[in-house]
Design a protein around this ligand. Structure first.
Ligand code: ATP
Length: 338
């Protein structure tokens, strides 16, 4: 491949705070090398429908602190079909795009890999998902902000729970992984953390009985409140079902609270803005070295790269150290009360 003149970018999958900061960094770095940046709207849909606009420095002025994504994001089921992949590839060919940078999660990178069968330009992924479930990078853009947002909300729930000695069960996002749930649980001093890593589907009955016992013992010790944080998609029937089950099983009154999309919004925290800035600049620098088929990553505070194939191969596990920390603090708290 010769000189790179035009780079396409899009944001795909669930939006994550810091996506705008990544777009900004890409546009600024590209301008330095006199590369045009064309932004496609609504994830891969923008490629399929050829809905785009050239991005200039003025477009990315004053966006580093904004949540969401100025390019919009979306799921795009058409990318799972050959016809959709061919349409996306045709747009890139027609518009003479030399490289495509996708800002998103593992699904979005699978799309990038699938596209390579029909388009031979350079491809780079930037990991941005609140779930933090991508292997090969210590953190994904948006995760830290989502955790902080959930903490702020739960601290408020704790105040009202304390005022009425209430029990709350709070559902957190994370798809099929517990990065948000465990981090938030430890940081909010939750009395219980329920996630994929510590509750298997076949253990739910047993867990219900243990939970009921623990809540009753906590109430008899005159605890002011009791907070359970739970990962979405974990409990059969969700938080409302667990509330019903606690009532039926042990006459315990709990309140369900689904934090939901509040976790996606808001201004990115410093860590996400900085990570997105480093990764956006690195993406353009890697393209200048003609690197392709890679995800930009950060490991031990150093920006690096891993192949897209490896990035999507495994889901990043919650660190055992964090799971142990939650178990240890609960055990020590219980011992102190004896
Ligand atoms: P998040 O997990 O934060 O929501 P994600 O990128 O994993 O982010 P997905 O919904 O899994 O989100 O994927 C986003 C889009 O990527 C899909 O709507 C689809 O357009 C494309 N995509 C996902 N998997 C594939 C695949 N196997 N082949 C082609 N395209 C795919």
């Amino acid at each position: 491949m010769g000189q790179i003149n035009k780079v396409a970018i899009l944001t795909s999958g669930g939006d994550a705070p810091g996506m705008n900061a990544a777009i900004r960094a890409i546009v600024i770095a590209a301008q330095h090398y006199q590369i045009d940046v064309i932004g496609y709207y609504h994830g891969y849909n923008g490629l399929i429908e050829n809905e785009s606009r050239l991005l200039s420095l003025s477009d990315v002025n004053n966006i580093i602190h904004r949540g969401g994504t100025l390019l919009k994001s979306a799921r795009c089921p058409a990318m799972l079909e050959i016809q959709g992949l061919k349409q996306a590839a045709n747009t890139l060919l027609k518009e003479k795009v030399d490289a495509l940078i996708v800002i998103g999660g593992d699904g979005s990178f699978s799309g990038l890999l699938a596209l390579q069968a029909y388009w031979s330009g350079l491809t780079i992924g930037i990991p941005a998902t609140i779930d933090n479930d991508l292997d090969g990078t210590d953190f994904t853009i948006g995760f830290t902000t989502a955790v902080n947002t959930a903490i702020e909300a739960i601290d408020k729930i704790r105040d009202t729970a304390n005022a009425f000695d209430r029990i709350f069960i709070i559902e957190l996002m994370g798809r099929q992984s517990g990065h948000i749930t465990f981090n938030v649980g430890v940081a909010c001093a939750a009395e219980q953390v329920l996630s994929f890593e510590n509750v298997k589907p076949e253990q739910q009955k047993e867990k219900l009985s243990l939970l009921a016992k623990d809540i009753q013992s906590s109430q008899s010790n005159h605890h002011e409140s009791y907070l359970i944080v739970m990962a979405e998609n974990l409990w059969l029937g969700g938080v409302t079902k667990l509330v019903e089950q606690l009532k039926e099983y042990a006459n315990i009154d709990a309140t369900a609270c689904i934090l939901g999309h509040i976790q996606r919004g808001g201004s990115p925290v410093a860590k996400d803005r900085i990570l997105a800035t480093k990764m956006g600049v690195a993406a353009i620098q890697k393209l200048m070295q003609k690197k392709s088929n890679i995800m930009i990553a950060e490991q031990d505070n150093t920006i690096t790269e891993i192949s897209l194939e490896n990035a999507v191969k495994h889901t990043k596990k919650v660190s055992q150290g964090l799971i142990n920390a939650q178990e240890d603090i609960l055990a020590l708290t219980a011992q102190n009360q004896c």
